[in-house]
Design a protein around this ligand. Structure first.
Ligand SMILES: [Zn+2]
Length: 492
């Protein structure tokens, strides 16, 4: 949890936060953006390198077509306009993991602009603008541990140097850490749907920097912003922003000034620390990259890329609400990843009753996941398991009470439903034959007219008796067994 400086609520209420986010997403191409080295994560240090990504003099970059397509696809999914012509630029700075002394990025003519993401807000949605999506290369990595002599030296691994990234820059449209969290959640979801990145934060394929300032409520001009860098989970970003907003308010309230700077978040302490004064764009001496032609993505190519856009989460939710009669909230859980939504739909279509699958997910599964603090992707019960359990209830083989017990066992044992169902010896509801026979006898003697009709050849009247027996057994009887026993009695 973030520990916050002591700012009174009244002071806090006088100010309004302004938040903008910069998200770097690593593209899932097999090779790097300007050379044919592998992008594979976790290979031994400095094995995926060549003269281009090592920044050796005279080596020339060649643009990876796939990276452009992935970037444009992501941009389209974020409702951006993909520009016909964009320009690569050199961003000059020195860092040990940047051997060329500059990063190839895009500056005043980015690949795509003017996008948006709608985030849930109250009972409606709120539009968060996306300023731009541009392509750039990643830098290498400085290693401070995990090798001999790491106490005295830092090593450089250039495997990541030249891995393709897109940077997604939002408008400063978010007014609270919660909105920033929502925006990031939606953004990640959309990118995952497009399949252009795995968005794995632990491996650094999704990184987020947050710009935040506060201003007196009602004031038009922005306050001075700080940038919180390299926070490695959405939850920490929310906490870092909460801390940073409180800090800025307390500085202003005590008559101080905010200095424009880059700050780092320490999640253990819940605090941000000043790292360096924030550089301005002109510090980088951007200029057009002389070794690359302008990037042209013409109408035909754009159409080709657009045709590969999958159904996106928002549209899919709307369709699933209509198709399976589930709530908006449940649709949100079920569409949180494309794999999850696919699994659910496959299960729902394979099951006898899609609605029952949806209901089980909402009630029995969601409740247990919440109690165990698990994400649906971590559920011991797969969607195929849910589908099987739904069918067993649907056919009357097991009762809803038995389903609840079996689900409990699945969670206790961390095993999927089909497995536990087998382990428990494929239980069936009410095989209490004697009890059922008694109820059947009563049903028959209470309805002599129907018995007569049955014996006169109207066999379909058995449905009436099944209904009577089910009612008398309070729905606990197994319909198949009731049917068998009834037929025997009626025929005798
Ligand atoms: Zn290379």
């Amino acid at each position: 949890m973030a520990t916050t400086p002591d700012t009174s609520l009244a002071a806090r209420a006088k100010y309004e936060p302004v938040i903008g986010l910069e998200v770097h997403v690593q593209l899932l191409t097999a090779t790097k953006i300007f050379c044919s080295c592998s992008t594979r994560f976790g290979n031994p240090p400095n094995t995926n390198v060549c003269p281009v990504c090592l920044g050796l003099p005279g080596a020339l970059p060649v643009l990876n077509r796939r990276a452009v397509e992935f970037a444009a696809l992501a941009a389209m999914a974020l409702n951006c306009r993909v520009n016909e012509t964009s320009i690569f630029a050199r961003k000059n700075y020195f860092y040990p993991d940047l051997p060329k002394g500059y990063q190839i990025s895009q500056y005043d003519k980015p690949l795509a602009e003017f996008g948006r993401i709608d985030i849930p807000a109250g009972s409606g949605t709120r539009k968060i603008g996306i300023t731009r999506v541009h392509l750039e290369e990643d830098a290498g990595k400085s290693l401070h541990e995990g090798f001999a002599d790491s106490a005295n030296a830092t090593a450089i691994d250039l495997n990541r140097s030249g891995v393709p990234l897109i940077e997604i820059v939002s408008e400063p449209d978010m007014a609270s850490p919660d909105e920033a969290y929502e925006y990031l959640t939606r953004l990640k979801e959309i990118i995952l749907y497009t399949g252009v990145s795995d968005c794995n934060m632990e491996e650094g394929s999704l990184r987020c920097d947050a710009n935040v300032s506060v201003r007196p409520r009602g004031q038009k001009e922005f306050g001075t912003k700080t940038e919180v860098k390299n926070v490695n989970s959405f939850r920490f970003i929310r906490e870092a922003l909460e801390y940073e907003i409180e800090r800025q308010v307390s500085v202003l309230e005590s008559g101080g000034r905010i200095s424009q700077e880059t700050r780092l978040y320490n999640p253990n302490e819940g605090k941000t620390y000043s790292m360096r004064s924030k550089e301005q764009a002109h510090d980088y001496r951007y200029f057009p990259e002389p070794d690359l032609l302008p990037l042209v993505v013409d109408e035909k190519w754009r159409a080709e890329i657009r045709s590969r856009l999958p159904e996106l989460p928002e549209g899919r939710r709307a369709r699933m609400v209509a198709e399976y009669g589930i709530s908006e909230r449940d649709a949100q859980v079920l569409t949180s990843t494309r794999a999850m939504a696919d699994q659910f739909e496959t299960a729902a279509k394979a099951a006898k009753s899609p609605k029952r699958v949806a209901n089980l997910v909402q009630s029995e599964l969601a409740g247990r996941l919440k109690a165990k603090n698990l994400e649906i992707a971590e559920s011991p019960i797969s969607m195929a398991g849910v589908a099987l359990s739904a069918d067993l209830v649907e056919s009357g083989t097991i009762s809803s009470k038995m389903l609840k017990d079996l689900f409990d066992l699945c969670f206790e044992r961390g095993k999927d439903f089909p497995k536990v169902y087998e382990q428990e010896g494929r239980p069936q509801q009410s095989s209490d034959t004697a009890g059922l026979e008694k109820i059947i006898d009563e049903a028959i003697s209470a309805n002599p007219r129907q018995l007569e009709q049955y014996r006169a050849g109207k066999k379909t009247i058995i449905g009436f008796f099944v209904g009577q027996v089910m009612k008398a057994s309070k729905g606990q009887g197994n319909p198949q067994l009731i049917n068998e026993l009834l037929t025997k009695k009626l025929e005798s």
